[in-house]
Design a protein around this ligand. Structure first.
Ligand code: SF4
Ligand code: SF4
Ligand code: SF4
Ligand code: FES
Length: 593
């Protein structure tokens, strides 16, 4: 617990924690100071934007409130006229080198720069002059970069380096020509970017965003395709935030209702194939483990993580489960079992996933997931794009009733499927089923508490009727690196490791709604540190309330195996639900390719 100190804001005394910055302390006391470059979650405190300047008694100059720690007796004025003018000038200077097309900019409505500009009363034309040269990168399927909208806050640099340990982005060039870019201003396609989108989550403007693909969905409807969609577990834990719901609101019912109103032939819950993934993955683990294949086995459902291992540790790819991700399994099942049972020509089926993840946009177009010109999944849209789609279709989210997803041959799901959306959930679900596969009995209690939470690495040694299984869970590539180095050095003590690309897992995927301090001035000041837990709680609560909590108990999965696949790991299951990885991806591909 930090020491309490008394500070004075506008001459009023407040008791606050002594380790806070003025910006944070002010928020706790009910004052919102504009800020742009600050991002405490990744310890990004360049104090470069100067939009948070305040007056502190005794200081000759105005101070950036984001980088100034409180102390006992500190006297602060936010409303000091010089501070008010300086904050406005700082924003006006940023606007002077900004390419404005707010009407068509996909960030409009969620743009911190626009919000702060309104807040400080900035005049965009105040410092008009020459603009620096700008660059756009639309080459990857996942992320777009437009330096004309960049305010050089450095938040993306910190996210890529500190959350992922990758460090692709940096300040390039000097002075007026400074840009934030991968080395030599290469495309994200030509550097070891894993397309996780963590940089897009923190970018305050439209400079870094997901590739918006909503038009492709419109086109599929126009062509008269049979369009079927499914939504990933983590979407329900955050989509409500797009419409002003508090962080931590469970939106399963409204999500199902919204999808039904968007005109899909069927809309399913992707928890169904999370259960299917568990059947295949638990079976694969039990096979490997009981046949003494050298471990650990690594999970495979996070495409950002797969990009990372392919680019950085290709020699460890044999450790990765061959299971496709739940997204790809869903597409494969729709275009085989479902299409055959319903006599729908595969060519006419257009499959859309709603996912919390930008890397899944990359995943859907991988050659491994296409056969005879038919892709497993045709289009992946993020939670943020789903928000746009719902708005664009005039659906009033907060008036939607709670409904259920479709159940038609497939779709039933268990609590094990829903926790896939949070770090540790895949492992917990897999252990629930692996226990049954090994012993023929059910694991009790069903909850596996040691793998829950957000510590960098959680581990446990399970005793499955005398068989010891050592498991570990991590998320964010900076945390995965240590575990991978240990495997490489032959020092890993684990049998099974879950790795998710984004810190905290899919609830904090790169395509989830923004949690921006400037956009959420009324939220609980601690939300920056607690939003992951609040979203995770949604999934754990849904799991707790499900009548079935183990994937192998899912009746639609049981029928799928009985009527079609045979058994986990069967020849047909291998063909439809398993994949291979690319050991030859170049770490630094030729930028001219
Ligand atoms: S980034 Fe913001 S200010 Fe810039 S064009 Fe987009 S909406 Fe407008
Ligand atoms: S998508 Fe991920 S890996 Fe690529 S630049 Fe952004 S944070 Fe870094
Ligand atoms: S791309 Fe976005 S996050 Fe990165 S420096 Fe520019 S404005 Fe900041
Ligand atoms: S200098 Fe404080 S938010 Fe940028």
């Amino acid at each position: 617990m930090a020491n309490k100190v008394t500070i004075y804001i506008e001459n009023k005394p407040y008791e606050v924690d002594g380790d806070l910055t003025i910006l944070e302390a002010a928020k706790q006391c009910g004052y919102h100071i504009p800020s742009l470059c600050n991002w405490r979650d990744h310890d990004c405190s360049l104090a470069s934007c100067r939009v948070c300047l305040v007056k502190v008694e005794g200081e000759r100059r105005l101070v950036p409130s984001c980088a100034y720690q409180v102390r006992d007796g500190l006297k602060i004025s936010i409303s000091d006229q010089k501070a008010v003018d300086a904050r406005r000038t700082s924003v006006e200077l940023l606007l002077s080198n900004h390419s404005f097309n707010c009407q068509s900019c996909k960030k409009n409505g969620k743009c911190e720069l626009l919000e702060v500009s309104h807040n400080v009363g900035a005049r965009p034309e105040k410092y008009m002059g020459e603009k620096s040269e700008s660059y756009e990168d639309f080459m990857t399927p996942a992320i777009v970069r437009d330096t004309s909208k960049c305010i050089l806050c450095g938040r993306c640099i910190a996210a890529c380096k500190k959350a992922q340990g990758i460090g692709i982005l940096s300040f390039q060039n000097r002075g007026f020509n400074t840009i934030v870019a991968p080395t030599q201003n290469r495309s994200f396609n030509n550097v070891p970017c894993i397309q996780c989108g963590q940089c897009t989550l923190v970018c305050p403007t439209g400079a870094l965003m997901e590739h918006n693909n909503i038009d492709q969905l419109d086109e599929a409807f126009r062509q008269g395709k049979t369009v079927i969609c499914f939504a990933a577990p983590a979407v329900r834990a955050a989509i409500g935030e797009e419409f002003g719901n508090k962080i931590g609101t469970n939106s399963t019912g409204k999500l199902a209702a919204a999808l039904r109103r968007l005109g899909f032939y069927r809309s399913f819950d992707m928890n169904f194939t999370a259960d299917l993934t568990i059947m295949e993955e638990a079976h694969e683990f039990v096979e490997r483990f009981t046949h003494g294949v050298p471990g650990p086995m690594l999970t495979s459902c996070s495409p950002g993580w797969i990009n990372y291992i392919e680019l950085n540790y290709p020699e460890l790819l044999d450790h990765v489960s061959s299971c496709k991700s739940p997204q790809q399994m869903f597409g494969a099942i729709l275009k085989s079992y479902y299409a055959e049972k319903h006599n729908i020509p595969k060519e006419n089926l257009f499959v859309v996933s709603f996912i919390p993840c930008t890397a899944k946009k990359y995943e859907v177009q991988r050659p491994e997931f296409e056969k005879d010109g038919i892709k497993d999944v045709d289009l992946a849209l993020t939670t943020r794009e789903l928000g746009d789609l719902i708005r664009r279709n005039g659906i009033i989210w907060n008036r939607l009733p709670d409904e259920d997803f479709d159940h038609d041959l497939i779709g039933e799901n268990t609590g094990a499927g829903v926790i896939f959306g949070v770090t540790g959930g895949v492992m917990e679900a897999a252990v629930r089923t692996a226990y049954n596969m090994i012993t023929g009995e059910e694991m009790e209690p069903v909850d596996l508490m040691p793998v829950r939470g957000f510590e960098a690495v959680r581990e446990a040694e399970l005793d499955i009727k005398g068989t010891k299984v050592r498991i570990a869970v991590t998320s964010g590539m900076i945390n995965a690196k240590k575990l991978l180095d240990d495997i490489k050095a032959g020092k890993s003590k684990y049998d099974f490791i879950e790795i998710m690309g984004c810190p905290g897992g899919c609830i904090n995927g790169g395509g989830q709604p923004y949690v921006h301090p400037s956009l959420l001035p009324d939220e609980d000041p601690d939300i920056w540190y607690t939003y992951r837990q609040k979203r995770a709680n949604v999934l754990y609560e849904e799991d707790r309330n499900k009548p079935l909590r183990r994937s192998h108990q899912n009746p639609d999965i049981q029928t799928l195996y009985k009527d079609y696949l045979g058994h986990p790991g069967s020849e047909l299951a291998e063909e439809l639900l398993h994949t291979t990885y690319n050991k030859n991806r170049e770490q630094y591909p030729d930028p001219k390719k």
